[in-house]
Ligand binder design. Sequence first.
Ligand SMILES: [Zn+2]
Ligand SMILES: [Zn+2]
Length: 445
Amino acid sequence: MNRFARPLLLSAALCVATVVPVHAEIDVIKLKAAIETSVEADYPKLDVLYKEIHAHPELAFEEVKTAARLAAEMRALGFEVTEKVGKTGLVAIYKNGDGPTIMVRTELDALPMEEKTGLAYASRDKTTWNGRETFVAHSCGHDIHMASWVGTAKTLVGLKDQWHGTLMFIAQPAEETVSGAKAMLADGLFTRFKKPDFAFALHDGPFPYGYVSYRVGIGSSNSDSLFIKFRGRGGHGAAPQRTIDPVMIAARFIVDVQSVISREKDPTEFGVVSIGAIHSGTAENIIPDDALVLGTIRTFKPEVRAKMLAGIERTAKAAAAMSDAPAPEIKITEGAKAVMNDPAVVATAEKVLKAAFGDKFRTSPPGTPSEDFSEFINAGVPSMFFNIGVYEPERVVAANNGTGPELPSNHSPLFAPVPKPTIETGIKAMTLAVLSAFDQHAQGK
Ligand SMILES: [Zn+2]
Ligand SMILES: [Zn+2]
């Protein structure tokens, strides 16, 4: 057992039993203080790294310079780095004796949009995306995650006498297109390298810096894309009896599909279907041949998802059958699956993070956006995904009580995390979460 493992476990046990909690917190707080000292010393370099990455973002599967920059940082820390895993991804391994393998993931990619923060280090970079020129910006905050990831690696290496096992730090491409995790897995992430025993990832969000939020169980939604082509028979608008009107069929479907939500799905379960695009016809007096309907389907639970997909398909076929039309072409493309936090991993980290962050570590309801970290979880790795805040607490209070402006969220051109406290919180929380998992394993649990 390492000299740090025992106090950590003890602190957790005492917290739960509410027996002399004073002792309990002292050790985690001591450790937190040690981490804070290390992070404070490292921060100037991390600030440079963050601002460089922020100013020069790259889009999904094009993160060549970003990946090379991170590879250099990790090699300098003594990690063994493999590049080009899943096209532009990185795998960095650090072995430190017998023990579990713990994976920590960052994303690499930015968004095809213009940054309008006016910050000195704002991105003005442009690229070509889907044949069109576009600005590129780190408006989802993946640059914060990268700086926290490097900082966490540095901190854990500095504390290497406190844990035993293997660190598997991965930098994943193309999270925004929810395809990078799959690409890394398809390229042998868990076969060429050891499949980790646990995994952690974090994401920033528009709440106060210094705060960490988490969930037990579902952390984000399943996302599926819906494509339906209703086939009809075109003709003159004045002679509908000679046609099969696909616009009528599409309209009927769009209304009726909401009854899958309101009548078939359990009302206490989350599920949404939104139609975002309808394409059909050219002129007011022509009944077209077909109508295209595009939408998104969001759910948390696989059984709710299965029920909704079946209901959507049945409703589309029925809408066509009512008009005696040919069967529609239905394509449902699976996007990201819901992130499911592992109760045991969360319970272990929770005790340590609560002792370290107090009431700044709190649960939050699951978010409806999607995230492909779920791919690693579904490949059989018990995991925890948590969030860190990015804004000055007083600005968040003012926004919430209406005395200050609303704060831009991720994907806004104005999204502007305060770097130092945000990155420092990310490093502290991630380091403690990883140490809690090593410690739990060291106790044979
Ligand atoms: Zn995003
Ligand atoms: Zn993101």
